[in-house]
Ligand binder design. Structure first.
Ligand SMILES: NC(=O)c1ccc[n+]([C@@H]2O[C@H](COP(=O)([O-])OP(=O)(O)OC[C@H]3O[C@@H](n4cnc5c(N)ncnc54)[C@H](O)[C@@H]3O)[C@@H](O)[C@H]2O)c1
Length: 332
């Protein structure tokens, strides 16, 4: 991952966003001192246990807000304006020049992120990224540095780090497991395991530094927990399995810092990565599609919702989990 070049996406309608920032700037992260009160909606049996829970600054929400409301001070909906909103959040996404990383970056921007830093290998963004420019702005890459330094420089500039998506990944198929070349195995591990850790470290260190908590999303795959039928990809499957355990391990270590770590395991999604197989092997689209009950491949945009949920306050009790989005592939 040493050749990573950061690119920066921001909201295209920044002036609109700025006016909203004044209202929401204080709401990112959690108030570690906030303790749920019985008035916040907990049954007395629970509150009597003096159970502590960390509440966002805009609490109460939902039923608790309705109970606390009065005719002169009615409850207002918060689900999309608050819980799912990423207003003022700063994000780092690897593998974001195209494919899932780019789609996820755009989702974060649409959800209100102040800025999304997109890391990828090319010094200049590719066609796919350029087209997204109609909806978002980007800044030309700065000089490539080690990933930790990239994270640190973002922290220095933005004064916070809230979301990290590790989406960079490669696949090197075509060899039996017994003959899989050692160097090729190392190459895949280097990007799909080591690079994921380094990216998560780059962002996680900044989340710890600023003390606002954060959400790290490691892009794994169903290949981490099942073997893709008729595919000889021992390195990829092994790497994704490592990512699943990396997520659980990081989640447990980082929970005291209010940093959540989850993995997202997509099934077959049509991107340049999978197109390299599908478009060159007649019948493969149908074969892969037939392996899930929906009988189709997924689209990158079908991961927008889950990523926004994982990145936002809407998922604050979710950590150490693997979220599977596969059209039902693993249900069969
Ligand atoms: N497409 C799918 O069906 C699918 C399914 C499950 C999981 N995934 C995972 O999702 C992630 C994204 O996949 P995609 O389909 O968008 O692939 P993609 O090939 O379209 O995008 C991957 C991006 O990662 C970048 N990248 C590769 N090595 C890098 C490195 N060393 N440093 C920085 N960037 C690097 C590539 O340049 C590319 O832009 C991968 O981790 C992949 O394993 C994809």
């Amino acid at each position: 991952m040493s050749g990573v070049a950061p690119v920066k996406l921001t909201q295209s309608l920044r002036s609109t966003r700025v006016s909203r920032l004044g209202i929401v700037a204080c709401r990112a992260g959690f108030c570690s001192s906030a303790i749920a009160r019985s008035a916040g909606g907990f049954p007395s049996s629970v509150s009597s246990q003096k159970q502590k829970t960390f509440l966002p600054p805009y609490a109460p929400v939902g039923v608790a807000a309705a109970r606390a409301a009065s005719p002169s001070s009615p409850a207002t909906p918060t689900l999309f304006e608050k819980e799912f909103s990423l207003s003022d959040r700063v994000a780092l996404v690897s593998g974001a020049n195209r494919g899932l990383g780019l789609e996820m970056s755009m989702a974060l921007v649409e959800a209100g992120a102040r800025v999304v830093y997109c890391l990828d290998l090319p010094q200049t963004p590719g066609d796919e990224f350029e087209k997204v420019k109609r909806h978002v702005r980007y800044f030309l890459p700065v000089a490539a540095e080690a990933l930790w330094k990239v994270g640190e420089s973002i922290g220095n500039k933005e004064g916070r780090m809230d979301v990290c998506i590790c989406a960079a990944g490669i696949v090197k198929p075509g060899h039996d497991c017994l003959d899989y070349p050692a160097q090729m195995f190392n190459d895949v591990m280097d990007v799909d395991v080591n690079g994921v850790l380094y990216t998560a470290q780059a962002a996680g260190r900044q989340m710890a530094r600023f003390g606002n908590g954060g959400s790290i999303i490691l892009i794994a795959s169903i290949s981490g927990s099942i073997t893709n039928m008729h595919q000889k990809v021992i390195s990829y499957n092994t790497s994704k399995s490592a990512v699943l355990q990396m997520g659980r391990s990081m989640a447990c270590e980082l929970a005291p810092k209010h940093i959540r770590v989850n993995t997202l395991s997509p099934g077959y999604i049509y991107t340049a990565l999978t197109a390299a197989f599908i478009d060159s092997q007649p019948g493969l689209r149908e074969e892969w599609s037939s392996q899930n009950p929906q009988n189709r491949l997924g689209r990158p945009d079908e991961l927008r919702g889950v990523v926004t949920w994982l990145a936002s306050d809407a998922s604050t009790y979710c950590t150490g989990s693997d979220i599977i989005v596969d059209g039902g592939h693993r249900a069969w």
